[in-house]
Design a protein around this ligand. Structure first.
Ligand SMILES: [Fe+2]
Length: 160
């Protein structure tokens, strides 16, 4: 391996993002299926919009990782073993719609922090092209957090 282009910490963090971007889609799908309430017709399709972004980001992160001589996690066992996101079975009516959105805010804030960590690591290892990819993902998740907290009648950083 050409030492000049060896980015071990970046590769590890990209794989962390592979596991987390996979799990966040599972959690968003869970909300899509288990929500009940007055805003169902708005929020049900909104979950699909969220997941379209996460699916694209997952593919881009995994393919960047391969380009850097890495090996992305590609089994459900690996995803669940490495993700820092919750994997909790829920039932209909267990959470109200605002409670489900609050849980998503927490998922998205965790993901935001993982993007930020990737930005800092790519700085350290001088891998600007990867940072270029992740910068956009960070600003996108910031926007999603803003929208969810606005729905909850809160500011983007309230409760943090
Ligand atoms: Fe659906």
């Amino acid at each position: 391996m050409n030492q000049k282009y060896d980015y071990p910490k970046t590769r590890a963090q990209l794989n962390q993002l592979v596991a987390d971007l996979e799990q966040v889609q599972t959690n968003v799908h869970q909300v899509h299926w288990y929500m009940r309430g007055k805003q169902f017709f708005n929020l049900h399709p909104q979950m699909d919009e969220f997941n379209e972004t996460f699916a694209d980001e997952l593919d881009e992160v995994a393919e960047r990782l391969i380009s850097l001589n890495g090996a992305p996690f590609a089994t459900t066992h690996e995803f669940i073993e490495h993700t820092g996101l919750p994997d909790e079975k829920i039932d209909f009516g267990q959470y109200t719609l605002p409670e489900l959105m609050q849980r998503l805010v927490e998922n998205f804030r965790y993901l935001r922090d993982q993007f930020q960590k990737a930005i800092e690591i790519t700085d350290e290892e001088n891998d600007q092209p990867t940072q270029d990819i992740i910068n956009g993902f960070k600003s996108d998740i910031d926007k999603k957090i803003w929208m969810l907290t606005a729905y909850l009648d809160e500011s983007p950083f309230s409760g943090e």
